[in-house]
Design a protein around this ligand. Structure first.
Ligand code: C5P
Length: 223
């Protein structure tokens, strides 16, 4: 990382799949004018490369493709398929791939574009590996069935042919992978605040987090 911007607000969020972290992170980022990065999308993009170009898929190919990756490319709806979710959690176990992804994340976390007052990243290892000195750390979760139902509804909206049971199975498999892998597993750090969204609306979740942030800002002045 070449440059670290000073006095920026940094928010780090970790969460299991489909817990609502992305939705609230986007709203929070908009509210506080923060640059938002959904780090899972980078792993998804690499998974997409693996599925689309299986014969070319190696470290230098990934490096090359990532170099030309634009943030806008990450909002491609194709990255949301269940096939890509499963593949992403497989490739996320590979040390060399994580290393590549880490450098991109560090850059966005510590040197977000000038027009933003800071950064907000969500993923699996953000609170303890990527932005350990974040001003705010959250671990956002919800029970497995609720998460599966949310993801199922999202996929139906995208016209994907999949059943609720298939989504549930895939989420459980991903949880197992993400929680038990040796490199950068998903975990709640002691200094992260737990937010359970099972019975929270999107708005209630936003307000809960906003209150925590505003209270600390009030006490400490500008952070
Ligand atoms: O968050 P999302 O469901 O899009 O992430 C897809 C996969 O990418 C996860 O299941 C996880 O294995 C991996 N991931 C990761 N570290 C991150 C973000 C995502 O290992 N910081």
């Amino acid at each position: 990382m070449k440059i670290k911007r000073k006095n920026i607000l940094k928010i780090a969020i970790d969460s299991p799949a489909a817990a609502g972290a992305g939705t609230v992170a986007k709203t929070i980022s908009k509210h506080y004018n923060l640059f938002y990065l959904d780090t899972g999308k980078i792993y998804r993009f690499i998974a997409y490369l693996k599925l689309k170009f299986p014969n070319k898929f190696n470290q230098s190919f990934i490096k090359h493709e990532i170099k030309f990756l634009k943030i806008n490319n990450l909002s491609n709806k194709n990255l949301l398929s269940d096939e890509i979710s499963t593949e992403a959690s497989q490739i996320a176990k590979i040390k060399s791939i994580r290393k590549l992804v880490h450098s991109i994340q560090l850059n966005f976390a510590y040197n977000p574009p000038k027009k933003y007052a800071g950064s907000c990243l969500d993923g699996r290892d953000i609170t303890y590996k990527i932005v350990p000195d974040a001003d705010f750390k959250f671990y956002i979760t919800a029970n497995t069935k609720t998460r599966a139902l949310r993801r199922y509804k999202e996929l139906v909206k995208l016209k994907k042919k999949i059943t609720y049971d298939e989504v549930l199975k895939s989420i459980k498999k991903r949880d197992k992978n993400d929680l038990n892998r040796t490199i950068s597993p998903l975990k709640k750090t002691k200094d992260s605040l737990l937010i359970n969204t099972t019975n929270l609306t999107k708005r209630a979740c936003f307000l809960k987090i906003k209150k925590i942030i505003d209270n600390k800002i009030k006490i400490n002045g500008n952070l």
